[in-house]
Ligand binder design. Structure first.
Ligand SMILES: [Fe+2]
Ligand SMILES: [Fe+2]
Length: 170
């Protein structure tokens, strides 16, 4: 396939849309938790976690193997870096869950506990931003440069709908 690489192809766009939803839920969670609004924070965190886990699982099952199929990647763009990002995200999410529990359980000085735990919560956002950029710059444009248009369209639909696509149909 001789398609020209594009930073704004159908896959990059689909991934960006999903990341926007994930980041929006995370921002809403941060608004809720910093306002000490447990109900708002819990609902937004649940929305964030569900969207993140669905997307990460989809990428690990459907996107990463296709990226691996492209063969050796330039320095700084290897599959292992994307996989390591997902591991890091899971790790900081687990730390954030502990931080949220501490804030929720605080009966006195709730605001102070929230402030002391804020770093752990913001770390999720920082690592996610870094990962989003890495995917937008390297992973999805590389797939767009090598996959046929029809496969890209199917994959983009599956990405936004998070339905497993049928690799055998390519
Ligand atoms: Fe992604
Ligand atoms: Fe990812």
């Amino acid at each position: 396939m001789s398609d020209e690489p594009s930073p704004h192809g159908v896959l990059t766009t689909a991934n960006a849309r999903v990341h926007e939803e994930i980041e929006d839920a995370l921002l809403s969670f941060l608004e809720g938790i910093t306002a000490l609004d447990d109900a708002h924070a819990t609902a937004a965190w649940d929305r964030f976690l569900a969207a993140f886990e669905r997307h990460a699982r989809f990428e690990e099952a459907e996107i990463f193997p296709r990226y691996e199929d492209l063969g050796p990647r330039p320095r700084g763009q290897g599959l292992e870096l994307f996989e390591a990002d997902h591991v890091s995200l899971n790790k900081v999410i687990r730390a954030a869950v502990s931080a949220i529990a501490m804030i929720r359980e605080a009966t006195t000085d709730k605001r102070r506990v929230m402030i002391t735990q804020l770093g752990a919560l913001l770390r999720v956002r920082n690592i996610l931003e870094h990962h989003t950029l890495r995917e937008e710059r390297f992973l999805y444009p590389a797939l767009e440069a090598s996959l046929p248009h029809s496969a890209q369209a199917t994959l983009a639909t599956a990405l936004t709908g998070a339905r497993p696509s049928d690799r055998s149909s390519e």
